[in-house]
Write a protein that binds this ligand. Structure first.
Ligand code: ZN
Ligand code: ZN
Length: 145
């Protein structure tokens, strides 16, 4: 298993109304090409890092939207009510961690090293993703990576 990076970063949404600090060791890092990520990211996949809940602190009001996930869990996405930037998401099946878009740390996300592509079943050929990356049709088969 590869070593996960220890983060000590501050970030903000696009308009600056919400700021966030991330201090902790990543649990996992991956690309997700599910249809929801395509819509929310406006691209072919989202790039995310999983962090323990207590590693993430937010300042500022957020809004959230919840939807049922393929797994049967409830997937809740928290975003800035002013500019719409996603700050984090959470699954009811894994309430111990938060899922953060790596782009939130724009300009300071060189540490990102995705270990897999999930929801490869809806991945588009035009969206270039490293061929060497393990691909899974849907969810991560091994939740420890
Ligand atoms: Zn904002
Ligand atoms: Zn997704």
């Amino acid at each position: 298993m590869s070593t996960m990076p220890h983060l000590d970063l501050k970030a903000s949404c696009d308009c600056g109304a919400v700021t966030l600090s991330a201090i902790g060791t990543a649990i996992s890092m991956f690309q997700c090409a599910c249809l929801n990520c395509q819509k929310v990211s406006g691209s072919g996949h989202s790039s995310v890092v999983l962090l323990p809940n207590d590693a993430v602190r937010l300042v500022g009001a957020t809004k959230s939207t919840a939807r049922p996930a393929d797994s049967g869990a409830t997937f809740t996405r928290h975003f800035c009510p002013e500019c719409g930037t996603t700050l984090y998401a959470q699954s009811s099946r894994a309430p111990a961690f938060r899922i953060l878009p790596v782009g939130l740390f724009a300009g300071q996300n060189d540490w990102f090293a995705p270990n897999q592509l999930i929801f490869a079943r809806s991945h588009c050929a035009w969206d270039l993703v490293d061929d060497a990356l393990p691909r899974h049709d849907a969810y991560r088969p091994d939740k420890s990576t």
